[in-house]
Design a protein around this ligand. Structure first.
Ligand code: UD1
Ligand code: UDP
Length: 392
């Protein structure tokens, strides 16, 4: 097991962390635990954590990092760039099979929740850490809030789909960012009163950091002309853990003959590139920090991806996105006109330069609630709840 960065954080609760002194000098119970673990979690939770602290500074806010992602470029760089508080607990679960990774989170987060006794546990997205934290909270009868609820690919071979369905079932507050999420939940019989359309907190982060990433000019720093290159990210097991990856790299080589191809590689994918012959003009790198990635994304001619979050960011940025998957849990991005589902069909990569034709598509209207204020609406819901968990 790899242990994540050591920032001198405590990993077990001590007696001084069991409560906070309120204005009357009385020891009040701990209130809110937020759980993060993998790269997209940081981006979705940063604005929620900041808004909770702004609105209810007296409450005790606890941040748990499971350590599902642990490399600096998959974890610490986000906490730094997003200005997130230092996690109170690092669980150090690291990598493993689904069962092992999930079980480690189950085991390690239970004593944290038992000690902290929160009134609410907030979990984002659909990764293994999300499911495990929600399961433990449910068994301890702690209310759960799910950020980015209701997304469905209708493909149970995706591990994330299993996580989404279960976490939604367990959650008391389901925070959604697209109309279809409400329909999906309704079809599964998940009560309307639990579902709240608040918008997209990932876009909050993008909006907040806009001035910083726009002034970065990351493409120019790499000697690339803005609007001229294809940015690539791929990490889904269905694509990168099997034979499809070889064909992807071959087709990307063909594209690289026509336009620059920049590919910051996820560690799962990197582990599988080893034996493949790669076209020398494909520019591979480690994953890049969030500010650099957004700068590259905003200035790309197009993005080729299987990422969920990147389908959303390209929609907001108005950048053409080609999604190398058979389905998407984010059809709103296809309707917006920026996202094209290529299918799990690497041969279609070669058609991207021609599809781009004259250049960038016209700016699109972002979907409703993708406006930089989703976290504020989310906290409004918690403040206004029948049993408020946030003082506001
Ligand atoms: C996980 C999520 C996926 C999400 C993705 C975001 C699950 C089931 N999957 O996939 O939904 O889209 O994160 O990036 O939760 N590794 C490192 N360093 C790290 C992290 C991972 O080297 O910091 C390598 C390890 O070899 C590991 C592999 O990447 O086995 C996969 O990591 P894991 O967290 O299991 O799944 P992801 O593919 O990252
Ligand atoms: N991202 C990043 N650097 C990279 C690749 C992605 O900062 O090299 C960011 C991207 O902007 C988005 C998030 O990581 O905010 C998406 O994470 P990922 O694709 O790993 O997960 P998914 O969204 O598919 O769950």
């Amino acid at each position: 097991m790899r242990i994540p960065l050591n920032r001198g954080l405590r990993t077990v609760p001590d007696s001084s962390t069991r409560g906070y002194l309120n204005a009357c000098g009385t020891l009040s119970p701990v209130r809110i635990v937020s759980v993060i673990g993998a790269r997209p979690n940081f981006v979705k939770m940063a604005p929620v954590i900041a808004e909770l602290r702004r609105r209810d500074p007296e409450a005790r806010h606890v941040l748990v990092h499971t350590g599902q992602h642990y490399d600096r470029l998959m974890s610490a760089v986000f906490i730094d760039e997003l200005g997130m508080p230092e996690p109170d607990y690092l669980l150090g679960v690291g990598s493993g099979s689904h069962a092992v990774q999930t079980a480690r989170v189950l085991e390690r987060i239970e004593p944290v929740l038992q000690a902290e006794k929160p009134g609410l546990v907030i979990v984002p997205g659909d990764v293994n850490s999300t499911l495990a934290a929600a399961l433990v909270a449910a068994k301890l009868e702690i209310p759960i809030a799910h950020v980015e609820a209701g997304l469905r690919s209708f493909d149970r071979s995706m591990p994330e789909e299993v996580n989404r369905v279960l976490v939604d079932e367990l959650s008391e507050f389901l925070f959604i960012h697209s109309e279809e999420a409400a329909d999906n939940l309704r079809r599964e019989g998940v009560g309307g009163e639990r579902v709240h359309f608040v918008g997209n907190t990932m876009i909050d982060t993008l909006v907040t950091l806009s001035p910083r990433f726009r002034s970065l000019c990351a493409a120019e720093q790499l000697g690339l002309v803005p609007g001229s290159y294809l940015l690539v990210t791929l990490h889904r097991p269905a694509l990168v853990d099997g034979p499809a990856l070889a064909e992807v790299m071959e087709r990307l080589g063909e594209v690289a003959e026509q336009m620059p191809v920049l590919f910051p590689v996820h560690p799962r994918t990197m582990a599988n590139l080893g034996e493949l012959s790669l076209h020398p003009r494909i520019r591979l790198s480690e994953p890049v920090g969030y500010l650099e990635f957004l700068s590259l994304e905003a200035d790309a001619a197009a993005v080729l991806t299987d990422s969920g979050g990147i389908q959303e960011e390209t929609t907001y940025l108005g950048v053409p996105c080609f999604t190398l998957r058979d389905n998407t849990e984010r059809p709103v991005t296809v309707r917006a006109g920026t996202n094209t589902l290529l299918g799990l069909a690497p041969q279609r990569i070669a058609g991207i330069p021609a599809a781009l034709g004259e250049g960038r598509s016209a700016p699109v209207e972002p979907p409703r609630g993708w406006d930089g204020q989703a976290a504020e609406r989310l906290v409004d819901v918690l403040v206004g709840a029948a049993r408020p968990v946030v003082a506001g």
